[in-house]
Design a protein around this ligand. Structure first.
Ligand SMILES: C[S@@+](CC[C@H](N)C(=O)[O-])C[C@H]1O[C@@H](n2cnc3c(N)ncnc32)[C@H](O)[C@@H]1O
Length: 318
């Protein structure tokens, strides 16, 4: 029986997404269907939900869970960075709300053969989209020391990045890394024991972000979603680490300055203590919600969004 992911900030997210009513919603990261199930349960028969995901295994689970809603659910395999192309054949009416629940799900962590977890033995894979060729194994096997250093630093914010990138490149000449245990045991042997857990989490996060091009896709996906949304429509984004949160915050800030949106929860919602205790994955979650006021007419610069070094210098981090 596959793991069913526990949706984070479920009640709060759906409530705020539905606040102004509407007929068509898009769940850009439908996963195993938790948020969509709630959305469909809380809306009348004439409301439809388009659920997008890159992962065919999660979509299979979502399909079964949402079956009772029949024609009200349309599931599409693909990346939200192509949201415009993906929904075109469905010819939806005006889109009233769009949800992004970022990153991986518990389903991914628990399926050891997907290679997302450093606690489980599996192939070095980490692809959300298994039609994609590029895997974690290829990254670790072929990227230069400088490139690995850059990824570990930028996407993992890991202080052992320099040492780890150097020893990984030395080791792979002797024996290539094939499994999650190969790399996690090796990392453990090369850093102080007390740092191991956090370092492994950060390095695995960094590799996953790079394998799936997560930050670039998020920038593209958010902008395309904004363009698709009807005026007065809402976007809700659940983020789980500072990199994706910063990208979301910066894009929304830019559009707000241009008078194109209003932030519904400017200080962003966090899970209650009770939710954090019940669901460990929710601990780092933040919910950002906006309402669209106008269309983008000129160029919106994507460069600089999520530019960590520049932001750290200007002290803009929340
Ligand atoms: C946190 S889970 C979503 C869980 C879902 N809200 C639920 O309640 O079951 C994130 C999902 O986003 C998917 N995903 C990641 N990047 C994606 C992308 N660029 N386009 C579409 N789906 C993506 C993953 O495969 C994963 O299933």
């Amino acid at each position: 029986m596959p793991t069913i992911h526990i949706p984070v900030l479920l009640k709060e997210t759906i409530e705020v997404l539905l606040a102004d009513g509407g007929k068509t919603y898009i769940d850009c990261t439908v996963g195993t269907g938790g948020h969509s199930l709630e959305l469909l349960s809380q809306t009348p028969q004439d409301v439809i939900v388009i659920g997008i995901d890159k992962d065919e295994q999660s979509l299979e689970v979502a399909k079964k869970r949402l079956k009772t809603f029949g024609e009200r659910v349309k599931l599409v395999r693909g990346g939200y960075e192509e949201i415009d192309e993906l929904i075109k054949p469905l010819k939806p009416g005006p889109v009233s709300g769009i949800l992004f629940d970022l990153g991986m799900s518990s389903f991914h962590l628990d399926e050891s053969d997907r290679g997302f977890s450093f606690r489980e033995d599996g192939p070095l894979d980490m692809r959300f989209d298994r039609l994609q060729d590029f895997t974690a194994e290829e990254l670790i096997d072929t990227f230069s020391q400088e490139a690995l250093l850059d990824i570990f630093k930028k996407f993992g914010e890991e202080k052992w990045s320099r040492r780890l990138s150097r020893v990984i490149v030395e080791q792979r000449k002797r024996k290539p890394f094939k499994t999650t245990v190969d790399i996690s045991d090796f990392i453990r042997r090369n850093i102080p024991r007390r740092a191991a857990h956090k370092t492994l989490a950060r390095i695995f996060q960094a590799i996953r972000i790079m394998v799936n091009n997560e930050l670039e896709n998020l920038k593209t996906g958010l902008l395309k979603a904004f363009n698709l949304l009807e005026i007065e429509g809402r976007i809700a984004v659940l983020t789980y680490h500072s990199l994706e949160d910063r990208i979301t915050k910066n894009l929304f800030r830019t559009l707000k300055k241009a008078g194109l949106l209003v932030a519904i929860n400017p200080r962003c919602a966090r899970p209650s203590k009770a939710e954090r205790m019940k669901n460990r994955r929710s601990r780092s979650a933040r919910l950002r919600v906006i309402k669209k006021l106008g269309e983008i007419t000129g160029e919106i610069t994507l460069e600089g969004m999520g530019d960590l070094e520049a932001e750290e210098k200007s002290g803009e981090n929340d």
